[in-house]
Unconditional design. Structure first.
Length: 379
């Protein structure tokens, strides 16, 4: 089969969707050596992406610059798909060409701009309201990362459930426990002590970090050596959070690391006392799964997608219940045995997810989409 994936998420610092695209492309090619898999972008790929080792049947392609590139989704991409005999195009980042000329699969990672518009910039909400329903209607088949999002897409976009498939994602293979030397190096680099709470992810309102900081302020008297480490790049609408932290009496015990390498993340996942993820809404929630893969005890929000992924392997707390979050963190900070039991359950849960298995299920969706498209064409 000739397959193409949207490569635009690989033209900027990799976060969830970028990693999703690259890991899916790599494992699709590894699983089916006879397939031709292309990741196609109108923009330059990151050097870290182009230097990545990939199977010989996976190509990272950028068409030659010409005026058509300015109208990529309308003209440039459909032209590439047609010229290269692509049978299935996978929009990994919420977008599809309106007239692709082949079967299409669309991944809808979440509906946060539609369900929680107050946590996004107005222009992004407007774009999502305009473009996402059209892309969903265009897609031959839609993939969602959890059953929770599958139901949301059905309810809010009006897509029949038989056109939507839930396929779990996975932590990447690099997320394993770091060695003592690497842990010591990273902690020294960021001036992190032996007892710290860790959050990983983009800094944005949906992640509920203001509540996390407020909870931390209430804990420090009982835990005088405790730090809060927030790892991730700045996203949008962050002024309120940073202004609050600047005024906080415990600001010197809060560490913002910025965007981290995978090795640095592994070191912090491995050595944190607790991983805390109080997000208001998620489509899947990769950071808790990454943390569990590295042996961290996880506290996360009791929201449908995260409850589905963790499946009892982490402590779940309502994201709007600050008092219970504080009590749960305080309890586990004081109980090493419970933390170790939680970490062990997390490891057992994490190994049930793999990108090879994800890619295998996605490949089955491609077959289904191609067959459906050909039936519709004969029509």
């Amino acid at each position: 089969m000739r397959i193409a994936l949207d490569g635009l998420p690989l033209s900027r610092e990799l976060t969830g969707i970028g990693h999703y695209t690259l890991e899916l492309g790599r494992h699709l090619a590894e699983n089916k050596p006879d397939d031709h898999v292309s990741i196609i972008s109108s923009r330059l790929f990151l050097p870290t992406v182009t230097s990545t080792s990939v199977p010989s049947n996976l190509k990272l392609l950028r068409p030659s610059l010409n005026p058509v590139i300015r109208f990529w989704w309308k003209f440039g991409l459909p032209k590439f798909l047609s010229r290269n005999g692509i049978e299935v195009f996978h929009g990994t980042n919420f977008q599809l060409p309106s007239r692709p000329g082949c079967a299409t699969v669309l991944t809808i990672h979440d509906l946060s701009p539609l369900l929680y518009p107050e946590t996004h910039e107005a222009r992004n909400v407007l774009r999502s309201k305009r473009s996402l329903p059209l892309a969903a209607q265009t897609a031959t088949v839609i993939i969602c990362p959890t059953e929770a999002v599958r139901q949301e897409v059905h309810e809010h976009l009006g897509i029949p459930v038989d056109r939507i498939v839930a396929i779990h994602e996975a932590a990447r293979d690099c997320f394993i426990s770091a060695n003592d030397h690497e842990v010591a190096r990273v902690k020294q680099q960021f001036n992190i002590g032996n007892e710290f709470l860790l959050y990983v992810g983009t800094i944005e309102p949906r992640k509920n970090l203001l509540s996390l900081v407020m909870m931390f302020e209430q804990l420090v008297d009982a835990h005088p050596n405790l730090q809060l480490v927030i790892a991730g790049k700045k996203g949008w609408m962050v002024d309120e959070l940073f202004a609050y932290v600047r005024r906080s009496p415990v600001r010197n015990r809060i560490v913002f690391t910025g965007y981290l390498s995978d090795a640095e993340l592994c070191a912090l996942y491995t050595s944190c006392t607790l991983f805390v993820y109080p997000s208001i809404y998620e489509g899947f929630g990769l950071p808790p799964l990454e943390a569990m893969s590295c042996g961290a005890a996880v506290i996360a929000s009791n929201i449908p997608s995260i409850a589905e992924v963790l499946n009892g392997a982490g402590r779940l707390v309502r994201p709007d219940d600050l008092e219970t979050l504080k009590g749960t963190v305080d309890e586990l900070l004081s109980d090493r045995d419970s933390r170790e039991q939680l970490a062990s359950a997390g490891r057992e849960r994490a190994i049930k997810f793999s990108w090879a298995a994800t890619a295998e299920r996605v490949r089955e969706v491609y077959e289904r989409a191609r067959e459906q498209y050909l039936r519709n064409e004969k029509g």
